[in-house]
Design a protein around this ligand. Structure first.
Ligand code: PLP
Length: 371
């Protein structure tokens, strides 16, 4: 049996007719930029994430860059973030001439450890950028408290976590701004790159709106030095279709996660692999289902031979990346992230994954550990 890590063709098969129809509509309108679907999607995503404003942009990376930029982060500022995330999180900080200040993770959730944030703050700290990794929100309450005490901004990197909840609040709604990615493998994936900034702050929304359009609110009159970072109408049209399916797809991811828990338990594998830890008062949307073992690389190879695709998110924490050598970090600085990078493995959890496929995955993992 072949089990891919994600099967976008299976997803497309369900929605093909609807997608083709809305693309045809955009083609007929020829409104490839700022078509009416943009505003519609912005409002719907803002509603979905319990915020007032949504601003479509060219990617999740740009969403982070534009949100931080609009909050005034720039040269000489420091932004605190997790060392265990996709590069774009820190890249957005660096692109603004600011400095990422890395913090270690909570080894259970893989999200930033709030207890370590205060010690990382300096008079230059301007913002905190927590990441809701794999589809589960970071522990926001203590983070919000520190931000309030020290008057820091918060931008949530919710690229992997649209629809996730923390104590009844949706990912993206808790900080000054939240950032989503519509990269095709995300829970709400477009037909290429796309992203969105959401916020409850009207002034911030207005600033992001200008910054994504070369700093202008009135065309050819530039209040700020911005960039070109728009979401295309075709992307918005497709995302509007997919957004209707998103709650169902999220539920299927959660059901698959629960099935895995039962299968791993039935196969007596819970001493061999650590399964994702779900915090009690949250809602994990399982963009990834991460298992953990100190035999990760061998397991990965074994599963590949058995036709099962897996991935390592991420093999090298950001503080050890070549491009950040100048920041002076060294191996051992963030032991939890460094160990997680050696031990975590994403196994398939996409909505269309079937029970027999899940059984096959767990059987092969059982074979690897028990022979
Ligand atoms: C945690 C995280 N942050 C930021 C991004 C950047 O999003 P994009 O690929 O849309 O630029 C991604 C996704 O790739 C991500 O997973």
């Amino acid at each position: 049996m072949q089990v891919p890590l994600i099967d976008l063709k299976a997803q497309y098969a369900q929605i093909k007719d609807e997608v083709k129809a809305v693309i045809a509509e955009v083609l007929e309108s020829q409104m490839f930029v700022w078509g009416r679907q943009i505003k519609e999607l912005e409002q719907q995503i803002a509603d979905y994430s319990q915020t007032k404003f949504g601003l479509g942009v060219a990617s999740g990376s740009d969403a982070l860059y534009l949100a931080l930029n609009a909050l005034g982060v720039g040269q000489g500022d420091e932004v605190i973030t997790s060392t265990y995330t996709f590069f774009a999180t820190a890249g957005a900080i660096s692109r603004l001439g600011a400095c990422p200040v890395f913090v270690d993770i909570d080894p259970l959730t893989y999200n930033i450890d709030p207890e370590l944030i205060a010690a990382a703050c300096t008079p230059h700290t301007k913002a905190i950028l927590p990441v809701h990794l794999y589809g589960q929100c970071a522990n926001m309450e203590p983070i919000l408290k520190i931000a309030q005490e020290l008057e820091l901004a918060i931008v949530e990197d919710a690229a992997q976590a649209i629809g996730a909840e923390y104590r009844g609040k949706r990912a993206g709604s808790m900080g000054d701004a939240g950032c989503f990615s519509f990269f095709p493998s995300k829970n709400l994936g477009g037909m290429g790159d796309g992203g969105m900034v959401v916020t409850n702050d009207e002034q911030l929304a207005e600033k992001v709106h200008m910054l994504r359009e070369h700093g202008s609110a009135d065309r050819y009159y530039h209040k700020l030095i911005g960039v070109n970072s728009r979401l295309d109408t075709i992307q918005a049209a497709v995302l509007l279709i997919k957004l209707d399916y998103l709650p169902g797809w999220e539920q299927m991811r959660r059901t698959n996660a629960q099935n895995y828990r039962e299968l791993f338990d039935d196969a007596d594998l819970l001493d061999d692999v650590q399964l994702p830890y779900e915090v009690e008062d949250g809602r994990h949307v399982y963009n990834q289902f991460i298992i953990r073992t100190n035999r990760r690389d061998d397991l990965r190879h074994f599963l590949k031979e058995a036709g099962i695709a897996t991935a390592v998110y991420y093999p090298l924490p950001l503080h050890l990346q070549d491009c950040y050598q100048g920041l002076g970090y060294a191996p051992g600085d963030f032991p939890e992230a460094e160990q997680a990078a050696q031990e975590t493995l994403a196994i398939p959890v996409y909505p269309e994954l079937t029970p027999p496929m899940q059984e096959y995955v767990v059987e092969r993992i059982g074979e690897f550990f028990k022979g």
